[in-house]
Design a protein around this ligand. Structure first.
Ligand code: ATP
Ligand code: MN
Length: 464
């Protein structure tokens, strides 16, 4: 046995020829003739395969037979300059060990292109495709860049709970968390379920947002962000909604809406630039395979100022557009994706930040404007996606907050701790939520949100 350390293919492809190397990975393809076989090997470290050249004088048919698409192998050999085009170096195989075979009759990822729908049915194997390898590497890079962005700015990463007792936001239907026997729950005299006997002694749910706890952090640490999973039991089967998705929620003391918008714009541009600077191999692949305008679109976003206008101005543009929308437009309507996309893609042709929405379509905690009708909300709208960020300046005035809560008929028992922040040392503050998968839709050019998360959770699907 040759003794040499295994190197990742990403590293080997950059090395100089003329040494013994070892690579381990999964066979993408094998082709050749009686004299020579070529194996394209991938180990996930890069979209690029390394070519393994097998001189058939050195290997028997018996040895080569189990090396088929999908098999996992360990190759030792000489790194040599490649004779063929398409790669600088390749491995002249000396030894091949097969770790695991993949029967060509049953292994589903044969060479031919597969539909995205089919790949969702084999989510356990789809990370081995070029497309998902690219998407998952970009997903990782974006997660890293998010932490780097905030860390470099002095924000603290705050961990907010996933199990909550407050449906504070009303942001979406919630998943209940319980240890009660749901086929026979304990009941109170009035017949209602007795949650006092449940694990937490009350009814609890999976969080729809970490914001309310995020505010507690901001009003102590100054600037914080959360980055974690959120859950919404909304039965919306759209290409932009998941039941389990990741959200980034910065929350900042002493920021007003303007600074909040500035941060959101700087943040997205930073992330897009990070992808262009660090993920170009994967982006080029996605650009060539799926979306010929992807890279141009990413470049254009980092060099344009986002348009800023009020909801009222936005409605005006939509009304004057002469467009027939599926959902009619009028002041007070909650904008649909088709409206958002019209503003971004047709009218302005760049990202848009809409502010000052009607208070009735926004959450209770948003800062009330003096007009009595609107709140200091801001949504960032993106091409192909619609809403990518939702945020606001928060209502810091105790009385106004309490009045709004009462107006909406919300119970305050589960929110007493939130309200106390306005009683003790309240401060102007703002924040927003960026849907991680919506960002990834934009950065990867994928068309469906199910294809930018490894194991999507959507209505009626929770396999894998
Ligand atoms: P939408 O109107 O698109 O459903 P929302 O108004 O419910 O969004 P927010 O409650 O403001 O969204 O959540 C903040 C961000 O989280 C959104 O801007 C979006 O990027 C993301 N987001 C919201 N719901 C989902 C979901 N079901 N799946 C994936 N991302 C989501
Ligand atoms: Mn929603």
């Amino acid at each position: 046995m040759t003794s040499v350390d295994r190197n990742k293919i990403a590293v080997l492809l950059k090395e100089e020829a003329g040494k013994t190397v070892m690579a381990k990975g999964w066979v993408r393809t094998k082709r050749g003739n009686k004299n020579v076989a070529f194996i394209a090997l991938n180990d996930g470290s890069t979209i690029n395969n390394i070519q393994i050249v097998c001189d058939m004088k050195k290997f028997s048919d018996e040895e080569m037979k189990p090396i088929t698409t999908g098999a996992c192998i360990c190759v030792t050999g000489q790194l040599v300059e490649s004779q063929g085009s398409g790669q600088r170096v390749e491995i002249q195989a000396e030894e091949i060990q097969v770790y695991g075979t993949a029967d060509p009759e049953t292994y589903p990822l044969q060479k031919k292109g597969h539909s995205m729908e089919f790949l969702r049915e084999i989510a356990h194997l789809r990370p081995r495709t070029n497309t998902f390898g690219a998407v998952l590497r970009i997903r990782h890079s974006m997660a890293y860049a998010i932490h780097k962005f905030f860390n470099d700015k002095g924000f603290y990463y705050l961990h907010t709970p996933l199990i909550t007792a407050s449906d504070a936001e009303g942001a979406g239907a919630m998943f209940q968390v319980t240890t009660l026997d749901i086929s026979n729950p304990p009941r109170k005299e009035d017949g209602k379920v007795d949650y006092a006997q449940d694990f937490f002694g009350r009814q609890t749910n999976l969080t729809v947002s970490g914001q309310l706890e995020g505010e507690l952090g901001a009003l102590a640490l100054g600037e914080i962000y959360t980055f974690g999973p959120t859950f919404r039991a909304e039965n919306s089967n759209t290409p932009r909604h998941l039941a389990e998705f990741w959200m980034i929620e910065p929350e900042m003391a002493f920021y007003e809406i303007k600074e909040n918008m500035d941060l959101a714009e700087e943040f997205i541009k930073y992330l897009v630039k990070y992808a262009l600077d660090n993920c170009m191999d994967d982006l080029k692949f996605l650009n060539d395979m799926f979306d010929k305008e992807l890279i141009a679109r990413l470049q254009s976003v980092i060099s344009t100022d986002f348009v800023r206008l009020t909801y009222t101005e936005g409605i005006d543009i939509l009304e004057k557009s002469g467009r027939k929308f599926e959902f009619p437009v009028y002041w007070g309507v909650d904008l649909q994706s088709e409206h958002e996309r019209y503003l971004v893609e047709q009218h302005f042709k760049k990202p848009v930040i809409l502010t000052d929405y009607p208070k009735d379509i926004k959450a209770f905690y948003m800062k009330q404007n003096d007009d009595g009708k609107t709140v200091r909300a801001m949504d960032v709208l993106f091409p192909k996606i619609g809403e990518i960020i939702g945020g606001s300046q928060r209502e810091e005035n105790l009385e106004k907050l309490q009045n709004r809560i009462a107006e909406l008929g919300m119970g305050t028992e589960s929110l007493w701790w939130y309200i106390e922040t306005r009683k003790f040392g309240t401060a102007p503050h703002s924040g927003f939520g960026l849907g991680f998968e919506r960002l990834l839709l934009f950065v990867t050019g994928m068309a469906n949100i199910r294809d930018v998360i490894p194991f999507p959770r959507t209505p009626k699907t929770a396999e894998f």
